[in-house]
Design a protein around this ligand. Sequence first.
Ligand SMILES: [Zn+2]
Length: 472
Amino acid sequence: MKQLSIIYSRLPVWLQDLAVTAQGALYYRQRYGAAFRDEHALLKATELATPLQLELLQVARVRKMLFHASQHVPYYQSRIPKSSWERLRAGDWSSFYELPITEKASLRLDSESFLDQTSSRSRWIEWNTSGTTGSPLNLYYEPEAVSRQYAYVERYREQAGVSRFERRAQFTGKMIVSGDHSSRYWRYDWANRALLLSSVHLNPSTIPQYLKALREFQPAYLSGYPSAIALLARHALRFPQQRLPIKSILTSAETLLPEQREAMEAAFGAKVYDQYGQTEMQSFWSECRYRRMHAHPLFGVTEILRPDGSHCLPGETGDVVLTGLLNRAMPLLRYRIGDRASWSDEDRCPCGRRMPIVERIDGRREDYLYTTQRGWVGRMDPALKGVNGILECQFVQEELHRIRVLLVPTADFSDRDRSILTNNLKDRLGSKIQLDFEIIAQIPRGPGGKFRAVVSRISDPSFEQQEMEEFA
Ligand SMILES: [Zn+2]
């Protein structure tokens, strides 16, 4: 794998396009086979199913997965009493909620024990996660699970008015461009009609080149990291002649902030559809055109739990615990993903779907700043209200009483903006906090090329880096 990437990095750009296209053709075959077609047909047929119908379908999948895990997966062989799945088979759903929670640390500690011991591993698709805490983790998927997963991606695209047959421009954290400088920061995947743009190289000085490439490519939709598309949008808002005609924007892999959504929708005149998933293949949540985030019950069981393990009521924030229902190679049952969220109190959506609606995703503890006056403070984007001339901003906390504010300004950024920002921040974080502003050319990206609005180094150091997968 590593050798391949060294070879790739030495190829001329046009050959890299060919390599990306060849890889894309392989992905296309993996994704859109028979299992994709079956699942896609099922999703279309059950889109407007009642909650009871959806629950029956979900229970059937849970039962199968539990039986499989209890028979073939060492970690669960000892942890699922036979009585549990037998009670579930008899229709007693409560036995599922009595299963112990699987913590991320257990998976990190002994990932081998989570693998199906009976299936042929040569068929599996392997995925290496980077993670910030050192030890990389290998995840394994059945090819059919990947294929089924893409049925959800395709329905998500279709709800946004596009499909896999249309041109897409995707902002990716994958290292498709090596080094800091290149003649261009994008590559073509002709097998998937996709322009892949490096989010890592996107900065104020390269933005015009990216916009030119997008205008030439004429994508039907944009997809990928919201931070990258929002950065482009803020630039496009300042130079309206550089806008793009596109149908929709599909964001994933990072927390989407309200301000980012606003900028993208204003700049491109297209609706943003956000999606939430993770490399562990545990859930698929996606927004409909009414901006409700639906948690798809056939992809996984979503629970939101209080500290005592009981279920949160609508509007109450708790830990997200997921049970993936697609991937039998590496089943994870009641897996605490590390994100926090709350349920909506709406039980039906104007779109007609009756799947549960997630109201808010609060992200991880490390997305929060901590001050002695205010405690944990998340969502720093409201502090930018009324402040002009900022392309990007990041808050870095390394000490309890001091926060570094990294700013990428435009030419319009003034002393007045700086003082408005200071006041907003003191309102939010308390007056005693020391704020050090640093003007820089580009905000450094984290693992996988992801943007983080907050970098906290004072939270629990054992906290795992959460990885989410980029789709669409
Ligand atoms: Zn809806």
